[in-house]
Design a protein around this ligand. Structure first.
Ligand code: NAP
Ligand code: ZN
Length: 355
C-alpha cells in the first residue's frame, strides 16, 4: 500500500540569510497512535530565531520553526486513547523520544539518552527527512507528546506555556522555588516573564534583573517584588549574597559574575538562555567562596509539562502576548533582537490562509 500524505503549508527559512516565506510540504497520515492537529496559534521563541539563522550548529533548510503550538484535534489514529476530535491540545519542543532509556522512564524525555526528536530541525524517523514545526497549518504527533490545554485558558495566550512556561517551570520546581525562597530572574523577555509569573505563583520572593529600565513597571505588575537594573553596579552590589536561586534567560553572552555574587551560600544559578557564543568564564572564586553552583536546564518532560499546564489552569496563568499574522514573522525576529517583545509574539495561524 502506498501511504498517502497530508498536503500542508507553512512558513520556512530557506537559508540562514533569507527571510522566512511560504512553504508547501506534507505531513504523514496519522498512524495508530498519532493525533492530527489543526494549528490555531504558535508562539515565537528566541530558539526559533537562533535556529532559522543557523546561530546554533546543524540547521537543515528549508527550516519550519515553531514549538509553542496550540490547536484542535481533527483526527486520531485507531489506538489513540487520550484525545478525541475537537479537543484543544498543545505540542511543545519535542515530538518523540526512545521511551526506553532511564531518562525517558523517569519522564524526562528531553534528556533522552538516544536523543529526543525536536518538533523542528530534528531527524524525522517517519519521513526520513527533518521535522517541521508549528509555523504551519497542521501537524501530526504521537499522542505521548500531545498535551491537554486546561479549560478556561485563552488558547493564544496559552501557546507560550509549551516552551517558555515549561522551560522556566522545570528548573523552578527542580531547585525548589517556593514560599520562603528568594528567586532571581535575569532578562524580561518570553522566558523571563513566565519565570516571574510562575515563581510568584509558587510563593517565592521574585527579583527581576533587567537591562531595560522601561520594563520596571511591567515587571512589578507581572509579580516581581523587586526590580534591579543589571547594568547599574551599585544596584547589583546591594543584592550581593541575597538570593537562593537564579534563572538566567538572557539570549546573549554576558558577564555572569555579578549574578553569581547575588547568590547566598549554596545558591544555584541555572542558565536556560542559550546564546550562540559562550559567556565569558565566570571567576572561579565567586563559586568557591560560598559553595555556589552554576547549572543548566533544558525545557521539561511531558508529565511535568502537563503538571505546569494544570497549575496554570488552576491559577489562571498565561503569557502576555502580541498577536501577529505570519506575514510579520521577520519583523518580529528583528524586534526580538532589540529586546522589544512584550512579552511573547504569537502567530495567529488563520493568517496562513491568505498566503
Ligand atoms: P527573548 O524574548 O528575546 O528574551 C531575552 C531577554 O534577554 C531580553 O528580553 C532581554 O531582557 C535580555 N537580553 C537580551 N540581550 C541581552 C544582552 N545583550 N545583555 C543582557 N540582557 C539581554 O528570548 P526568549 O524566547 O525568552 O529566550 C531566551 C533564551 O532562552 C534564548 O537563548 C533561547 O534560545 C533560550 N531557550 C532555552 C530553552 C532551554 O530549554 N534551555 C528553551 C527555550 C528558549 P531585558 O530587556 O530585561 O534585559
Ligand atoms: Zn522555545
Amino acid at each position: 500500500m502506498i501511504a498517502t500524505m497530508i498536503d500542508t503549508v507553512g512558513f520556512a527559512a530557506p537559508s540562514a540569510e533569507a527571510p522566512l516565506g511560504p512553504f508547501a510540504f506534507t505531513r504523514r497520515e496519522p498512524g495508530p497512535t498519532d493525533v492530527h492537529i489543526d494549528i490555531l496559534f504558535c508562539g515565537v521563541c528566541h530558539s526559533d530565531l537562533h535556529t532559522a539563522r543557523a546561530e546554533w550548529a546543524g540547521t537543515v533548510y528549508p527550516c519550519v520553526p515553531g514549538h509553542e503550538i496550540v490547536g484542535r484535534v481533527v483526527a486520531t489514529g485507531a489506538a489513540v486513547k487520550g484525545f478525541a476530535k475537537g479537543d484543544l491540545v498543545g505540542v511543545g519542543c519535542m515530538v518523540d523520544s526512545c521511551q526506553q532509556c532511564a531518562s525517558c522512564a523517569e519522564g524526562l524525555e528531553q534528556y533522552c539518552e538516544r536523543g529526543m526528536t525536536g518538533t523542528y530541525n530534528s531527524p524525522d524517523k517517519h519521513t526520513g527527512g527533518v521535522t517541521y514545526g508549528g509555523y504551519s497549518k497542521d501537524i501530526v504527533v504521537d499522542e505521548k507528546f500531545v498535551l491537554r490545554i486546561p479549560d478556561g485558558l485563552d488558547p493564544a495566550a496559552a501557546a507560550p506555556l509549551l516552551c517558555a512556561g515549561i522551560t522556566t517551570w522545570s528548573p523552578l520546581r527542580h531547585w525548589n522555588a517556593g514560599k520562603g525562597t528568594k528567586v532571581g530572574v535575569v532578562g524580561l523577555g518570553g522566558l523571563g516573564h513566565m519565570a516571574i509569573k510562575l515563581a510568584h505563583a509558587l510563593g517565592a520572593h521574585v527579583v527581576l534583573f533587567t537591562t531595560s529600565p522601561d520594563k520596571r513597571a511591567d515587571a512589578l505588575a507581572l509579580g516581581a517584588d523587586e526590580v534591579v537594573i543589571s547594568r547599574d553596579a551599585e544596584e547589583m552590589a546591594a543584592r550581593a549574597g541575597t538570593l537562593d536561586f537564579i534563572i538566567n534567560t538572557v539570549a546573549a553572552p554576558h558577564n555572569l559574575d555579578p549574578f553569581l555574587s547575588a547568590l547566598k551560600r549554596d545558591g544555584v544559578m541555572t542558565l536556560v538562555g542559550a546564546p550562540a557564543e559562550p559567556h565569558p568564564s565566570p571567576t572561579v572564586f565567586n563559586l568557591i567562596m560560598g559553595r555556589r553552583s552554576l547549572a543548566g536546564s533544558l525545557i521539561g518532560g511531558i508529565a511535568e509539562t502537563q503538571e505546569m499546564l494544570d497549575f496554570c489552569g488552576k491559577h489562571g496563568i498565561t503569557a502576555e502576548i502580541e498577536m501577529i499574522p505570519i506575514q510579520r514573522i521577520n519583523e518580529a525576529y528583528e524586534r526580538m533582537l532589540k529586546s522589544d517583545v512584550k512579552y511573547r509574539f504569537v502567530i495567529d495561524m488563520s493568517s496562513l490562509g491568505t498566503v
